[in-house]
Ligand binder design. Structure first.
Ligand code: DQA
Length: 246
């Protein structure tokens, strides 16, 4: 099977299992992630101790060198991240890392940097995920549809919706987005959303996030558990995981 680009994998084919990393022992984490069969390293630059572009580039280089596809984000505090700098510095940092990664993720609510990130990503020929997170609740279907439409209008190659799920009603709302739209990444966070991390990829969600130690997001499963369950339920994922280690 010819290897698909990340842009292609955001469109269709086997779902990707991502793990998030900061700047702690990047060479060690990259080698371990590669050996375990992680599909995508989410580089959480907002977790880094230094926001100097040279330091950030040095900390993310081992992931690329290990042959791992990379997705960079500098998550805003407003959406559960740790970025504490201003918008101009964030935009400069996005532009500096873009050529060194395979894709970027920027929040729809970061309206001061979103157009600049989309333009820089286009110039570097990198796909952009435009994301929306709510760590408290899952908004109603109409509100979430409006987010998806706005993210697409802003130039998203794929849209990520990650919200705290409380019960079957929220999971149905989130699953409805996968029925309605393609190029989606949909996550129900929390204990009641945990099943979505395995079953939404079966409905077409392009990426599921898992943890190798570190700081798991609410309801995230360990990487190896996610891989085992997806291998059981998704023949397409099983084939792609096998091709990776062949
Ligand atoms: O948006 C997401 C999803 C996530 O919040 C999760 O719940 O798995 C983890 C984040 O690192 C990532 O950017």
């Amino acid at each position: 099977m010819a290897t698909q680009t990340l842009r292609e994998r955001l469109t269709g084919g086997a779902p990707l299992v991502a793990v998030s990393f900061g700047d702690d022992d990047p060479a060690g984490h990259a080698a371990r992630a590669r050996a375990l069969g992680v599909d995508l390293a989410e580089l959480r630059i907002d977790w880094h101790r230094s926001a100097e572009p040279a330091d950030v580039l040095a900390a993310i280089a081992p992931f690329r060198a290990a042959g791992l596809p990379t997705l960079a984000t500098i998550r805003s505090k407003a959406e559960g991240g740790y970025w504490s700098g201003d918008d101009a510095a964030r935009l400069r940092l996005f532009a500096a890392v873009l050529p060194a990664v395979d894709a970027v993720d920027v929040e729809l609510s970061s309206d001061q940097v979103l157009p600049g990130v989309v333009a820089a990503a286009r110039a570097a020929d990198r796909p952009v995920i435009v994301s929306y997170h709510d760590f408290d609740r899952t908004p109603g279907a109409a509100e979430l549809r409006a987010k998806v439409e706005a993210a697409r209008a802003a130039g998203a190659d794929a849209v990520k919706i990650s919200t705290m799920a409380q019960g079957a009603g929220d999971l149905r709302v989130l699953a409805g987005l996968l029925v309605e739209y393609d190029r989606m990444i949909v996550i129900g966070m929390g204990a009641e959303g945990a099943g979505s991390r395995v079953f939404f990829p079966l409905l077409g969600s392009r990426i599921t996030y898992s943890a190798i130690g570190g700081r798991p997001a609410p309801g995230q499963l360990p990487f190896e558990e996610t891989k085992r369950l997806l291998t059981t339920f998704s023949p397409e994922y099983a084939a792609s995981a096998e091709a990776m280690t062949a």
